[in-house]
Design a binder for this molecule. Structure first.
Ligand code: FEO
Length: 406
């Protein structure tokens, strides 16, 4: 198909794919995304950085053809740099190799077994491996590689284009959005950061400590000061890289607002009444409150607000000695994301009403502790919370907010 490339620097083009229709990517609720790939023209060789999701190679190939026409060069890719091997960034690799049989493929060492597993036909194909500090010259342009294991997969790596100061960071610094624009300055900063924060909360949270170490390591390599542009594999390209780098430092080190996120469900309005009383206590201390009532709310948005909250208040009635089933999804997801106790340092209040024996509050506390939260207080009430109990909820909210003041 015909599709235009977009020049992002001299001899460097965005040639990715726009997925306008995707609404759920492995459980992440989104409203479209992009699979960004980049073509770099050296005087000797041409390198393609990353590939696209199944079904999107016609867009990729159309844009590649367009970029070659704009550069007035014979259509031939010499090198593929595969920064990550998740399906949304690698599926078209095999097609590229078939189309350009002499192409050399570069990846991290840990990517190799995954590539061979994904494409059994490449069993005997040589993949060149690189590690942090290795470089590759393609004539007038050169790359430095930085392994970025667990940012967010073991195989992940960054590729830095030395002459233009462009960091191809793959998933890191990405956003799941699909728009006509390609650059940060074409959007309002609020929209961009909201989506970058959602991406971090849902995909990078488990690697928070690694983010800090990696930024230190990149700084020591001398790369950080030279970055003029960050070109991730999803969403907009950052032309003011310090904005997203500083945001990552903030999110990865648990720097939060005076904010508490409430997540709760209710059976006969008792747990909801407790939540509302606790909210008043929190508000009385000047904290921001975000609420998620689990009937209509869902996990991707919840964790985005948890990311910059100092604490959460999780409420559930007890049903058959357990939490309400609607809590199961978010609890399971918290457990996947593992909010690191040391770096993110989040507290939790767990509350709810019970009919007879109870059980939901204790069970949820144990689950949250395993997910990295420090339990500040547990509170369950028998049947309906009356005036005295609602006052206690208010006091719990107030004490929690007071304990979180800097
Ligand atoms: Fe965008 Fe880890 O894939």
């Amino acid at each position: 198909m015909m599709a235009d490339s977009i020049k992002i620097a001299d001899g460097v083009y965005w040639v990715g794919a726009l997925d306008w229709d995707i609404r759920d990517y492995h459980g992440y609720k989104l409203n479209g995304t992009t699979y960004n790939c980049y073509l770099v023209f050296g005087s000797n060789k041409v390198a393609l950085i990353d590939n696209v999701y199944p079904g999107f190679s016609p867009q990729l190939l159309g844009r590649i053809k367009d970029a070659f026409q704009k550069e007035n060069r014979e259509l031939k890719i010499d090198i593929v740099i595969q920064n990550h091997i998740e399906m949304d960034h690698i599926h078209s690799l095999y097609e590229i190799i078939q189309k350009f049989p002499d192409v050399e493929v570069y990846s991290s060492t840990r990517a190799v077994s995954g590539i061979k597993n994904l494409f059994p036909a490449l069993e005997n194909f040589e993949i060149k491996t690189v590690k942090t500090g290795d470089s590759l010259d393609i004539g007038c342009k050169s790359f430095t590689f930085v392994e970025a294991s667990m940012l967010h997969w073991p195989d992940s790596m960054f590729t830095f284009l030395n002459e233009d100061g462009i960091l191809f960071s793959n998933d890191a610094f990405g956003q799941h959005i699909c728009l006509s624009e390609r650059f940060d300055y074409e959007l309002s900063n609020g929209l961009l950061m909201k989506n970058a924060k959602k991406f971090f909360a849902n995909l990078i949270t488990p690697s928070s400590q690694i983010v800090v170490k990696k930024l230190d390591e990149v700084g020591k390599l001398g790369v950080l000061d030279k970055i003029k542009m960050i070109a991730p594999s999803h969403g907009q390209i950052w032309t003011k890289p310090e904005e997203i780098v500083n945001a990552y430092k903030k999110w990865a080190t648990g720097k939060c607002k005076d904010k508490i996120t409430f997540i709760y469900d209710t059976m006969h309005h008792s747990t909801r009444k407790m939540a509302h009383a606790m909210i008043e206590g929190v508000l009385s201390e000047g904290f921001e409150v975000k609420t998620f009532f689990l009937h209509p709310d869902e996990r991707s948005n919840i964790v985005t607000d948890v990311l910059d909250s100092k604490a959460i208040c999780l409420g559930s009635p007890t049903i058959m000695n357990n939490p309400f089933p609607s809590l199961g999804d978010i609890i399971f997801y918290f457990n996947c994301l593992r909010f690191d106790r040391t770096s993110l340092n989040k507290k939790a209040v767990v509350f709810g009403s019970k009919g007879w024996g109870g059980g939901a509050v204790k069970k949820l506390s144990n689950d949250l502790e395993q997910s990295g939260f420090e339990i500040f207080e547990e509170y369950d009430v028998f049947n309906i919370p009356h005036e005295e109990e609602l006052n206690k909820c208010y006091e719990i909210g107030k004490r929690l907010a007071q304990s979180l003041k800097d």
